[in-house]
Design a protein around this ligand. Sequence first.
Ligand code: GDP
Length: 445
Amino acid sequence: ATFGTLSDRLADTFKNLRTKGKLSASDVDGTVREIRRALLDADVSLDVVKDFTGKVRERALGDEVNRALNPAQQVVQIVNEELVQILGGEQRRLQFAKKPPTVIMLAGLQGAGKTTLAGKLARWLAKDNHTPLLVAADLQRPNAVTQLQVVGEQAGVAVFAPEPGNGVGNPVKVAKDAMKFAEQKLYDVVIVDTAGRLGVDAELMKQAADIRKATNPDEVLFVIDAMIGQDAVATAKAFQEGVDFTGVVLTKLDGDARGGAALSVASVTGRPIIFASTGEGLDDFEPFHPDRMASRILDLGDILTLIEQAQGAFDEEEARKVAEKFATDSFTLDDFLKQMQQLRNMGSIKKMIGMLPGAKGMRDQLDNFDEKEIVRTEAIIQSMTKAERTNPKLLNGSRRLRIARGSGMTVTDVNQLVQRFEQASKMMKTVAKGGVPQMPGVGPI
Ligand code: GDP
């Protein structure tokens, strides 16, 4: 999905930070460099990236991080806050006129999704007890008027279109007539769909500017396709100069675009993103929340909470010792049990996995993980002798039978545990080099 790669890259960056205590200047620089690369690869415009990473770096090297109990967590917090800022800061709601009708004009390139958006917006407003009127002022494309009529019908809202012979070819006149009509018939919101071109051109700008002058809109929404890539910034600037707009609508966020260019638009134009469109259906549409979008991009789940909990449960020294044991193959069933007991302190394992960044695949896998398993494992290990726990190779058939009886489990249960322990040890040995605390029995987090 849009921002998928960016999300993964940022999550990886923070995963590397997570295991560290105090951050050195070079830790910060490394992290900032990775963030910078991830943003540029996602098509975020260079100016925005520079500004963003500059702020993150400055703050990350400053006092708020130095003083923080958990510097890594603080850096994630800063990245999140700055991302919210480039997305426009506070949520900006649609503005209504003090005296109806409220006029909303849509502008943008052809194919950006204006007509579709007109329908979505009208439906959304109708649900909120408004009586919107759609106005077909796109007289450029042969079937644009029909398309708007279809959309209006689907959305269950009225459409104002030029009568044949009256106003055809003159979108400014259509828009003016529509305003009069709306006032007479008490429509309280007028949504004016305008023509787009495949590229920015002077005539298009002039027409849009004329419609703007004629209708004096409360909002001019610049509609931009998130898939347009690097051209987004130039297009937005051209529309800002030619027509100017009060807000931005991002469309096709459901696509596979890298999306970064669209992210730059709010920051480059200083205009807020007001809505996001996420599909072809009339309901695939929502008010834009910079903070929610930032969380979505960071895909952090509750990474901040996770960092907290992980640090509470595993002290670093302990984690290092365990990693060393894996690496040197001296990890025993006793250690296995100890780790499990530690994990208990962290509360539900599933809950924890749910908070891990980028752990979607793992999450599904772990949905099958049964916490009672820990209790059973505990019972089995506690029925073993010290020697058996240290050296599982001792566990022959008769010992396994004794352990099964002692723990109230079956020999198959005992066999499975030993097998799992061996698999886990093997797997951990390969990942132990990173020194990240791992969960026994369920594989690396
Ligand atoms: P206009 O030329 O700006 O009026 O653009 P249209 O509204 O005709 O949309 C162009 C195409 O994009 C149509 O096929 C729409 O169904 C599609 N479209 C619009 N918005 C979205 C969206 O958010 N997601 C997806 N996937 N398609 C969209």
